[in-house]
Design a protein around this ligand. Structure first.
Ligand SMILES: *[C@@H]1O[C@H](CO)[C@@H](O)[C@H](O)[C@H]1NC(C)=O
Ligand SMILES: *[C@@H]1O[C@H](CO)[C@@H](O)[C@H](O)[C@H]1NC(C)=O
Ligand SMILES: *[C@@H]1O[C@H](CO)[C@@H](O)[C@H](O)[C@H]1NC(C)=O
Ligand SMILES: *[C@@H]1O[C@H](CO)[C@@H](O)[C@H](O)[C@H]1NC(C)=O
Ligand SMILES: *[C@@H]1O[C@H](CO)[C@@H](O)[C@H](O)[C@H]1NC(C)=O
Ligand SMILES: *[C@@H]1O[C@H](CO)[C@@H](O)[C@H](O)[C@H]1NC(C)=O
Length: 344
């Protein structure tokens, strides 16, 4: 037994000897772990202290309300100081922002009009947001989308590095606007949104543009790509080569339908702060843009667009069955559409 024990101790001694160096190793690992722990703790503390100060700063910012600019009392509801969730407005935080929406119909120059507005450093118009169906599927997704835009949380190519003074979108009448007009008017009035209606006077020209555009959607005349707007005279020339044929039987009915929709929209949204512009007027007289900027209460600036008009010149050159169209509209309330009303 003693022998056994002795053997055991001897044995253990024999085993322990080589364990001496792992002990040192263990100590090194322990010290290393401690150093790591202290390092991680110090980083955590640092982060906690920075978020704490950031939170403190935020509280300080939100607690100090921005001074309302010196404006008439009736204007106050149209002036906003949005606080985006996705970033800080920093030095722009107290720059007042106006909310707007461009209400229009397809092929009425609103794309061109919007590029003009977006050339202003303080205007951000986010495009046809409601062309995407889910965003207009019901009033709650509509208001949710609008909230995000007007809170400056909608990031698009129209977002500006400069201080935004007017933010909005382009909205076609057939994109949920007419169906949900009651709730949308209420939203516009409670949130203080100003409306710019942009319509086309010559609905026959608009119809030609619609037909040509839908033809190009299939034909893709520009090297296999479909373009609704172009930036070079050569591209415009290629697209204008196509002459649509207009269904004379449906012509009057179709023109009337558009006219009625426009009249109805003006009636529905009559209680909002709004203004009406016509594409032809802006084309003929660029000074009209001064009125647009005044309406949005943003500083006057030169506005530019790189877009080139596709259909120009005489209408009779642009329609395949011109004689038929002429015969159909002569003597009707739409006869004036037959005459070229502007030249470029
Ligand atoms: C509204 O539409 C969105 C998106 O289609 C959907 O997720 C949501 O459930 C709908 N809400 C109501 C109240 O119908
Ligand atoms: C327009 O943007 C500039 C540059 O950020 C800014 O200095 C100016 O105050 C802005 N104007 C308005 C009316 O917000
Ligand atoms: C089509 O592609 C050719 C060759 O790349 C180019 O020279 C021409 O300008 C393009 N045309 C248009 C309308 O973009
Ligand atoms: C015009 O439209 C009517 C009604 O949809 C249709 O019956 C007729 O075939 C069309 N005419 C032409 C030339 O396409
Ligand atoms: C809008 O309201 C004004 C004043 O109430 C009225 O004179 C005008 O005719 C209305 N316009 C439409 C299109 O309903
Ligand atoms: C052009 O538009 C401006 C601003 O609306 C207006 O004052 C001016 O009279 C217009 N000029 C012409 C020639 O119509």
């Amino acid at each position: 037994m003693a022998d056994d024990l002795c053997f055991f101790t001897k044995d253990s001694f024999v085993f322990k000897a080589p364990k001496k160096s792992p002990l040192v190793l263990r100590m090194i690992v322990l010290v290393f772990a401690m150093v790591c722990g202290v390092y991680i703790c110090s980083i955590c503390l640092k982060q906690i202290s920075t978020t704490a100060t950031a939170g403190f700063l935020n509280v300080e910012l939100t607690e100090r309300p921005c001074e309302k600019p010196n404006i008439e009392p009736s204007e106050v509801r149209y002036v906003h100081f949005p606080k985006p969730i996705s970033y800080s407005r920093a030095e722009c935080a107290c720059n007042p922002v106006r909310y707007f929406a461009i209400l229009s119909t397809q092929r009425s120059g609103s794309g061109w009009f919007e590029t003009l507005l977006n050339s202003h450093i303080n205007i951000s118009s986010n495009g046809e947001i409601f062309s995407v169906k889910v965003r207009r599927s019901n009033i709650s997704s509509i208001t949710e989308t609008l909230d995000k835009i007007y809170n400056l949380d909608w990031l698009s190519s129209a977002s500006k590095n400069e201080c935004t003074a007017a933010v909005g979108l382009k909205w076609m009448l057939n994109q949920g606007l007419m169906q949900n007009h009651k709730e949308i008017v209420e939203y516009f009035n409670t949130r203080g949104v100003s409306l710019i209606f942009l319509f086309r006077r010559n609905l026959l020209r608009r119809m030609i543009s619609m037909l040509a555009n839908s033809y190009d959607r299939e034909a893709k005349q520009l090297n296999g790509t479909h373009k609704s707007h172009v930036h070079s005279p050569r591209e415009a020339e290629i697209l204008a080569q196509y002459k649509p044929s207009i269904n004379a039987t449906l012509l009057i009915r179709d023109l009337k339908q558009v006219e009625d929709t426009v009249a109805k929209a003006l009636q529905y949204f009559n209680s909002t702060r709004h203004t009406i512009f016509y594409y032809e007027d802006v084309i003929k007289n660029r000074t009209k843009l001064v009125d647009v900027l005044n309406f949005l209460k943003v500083p006057q600036r030169d506005l530019r667009s790189r877009q080139v008009k596709i259909h120009k010149g005489s209408l009779s050159e642009q329609v395949e069955n011109w004689d038929e169209v002429l015969k159909t509209l002569k003597g009707t309330q739409y006869e004036s559409f037959l005459h070229a009303d502007y030249q470029i």
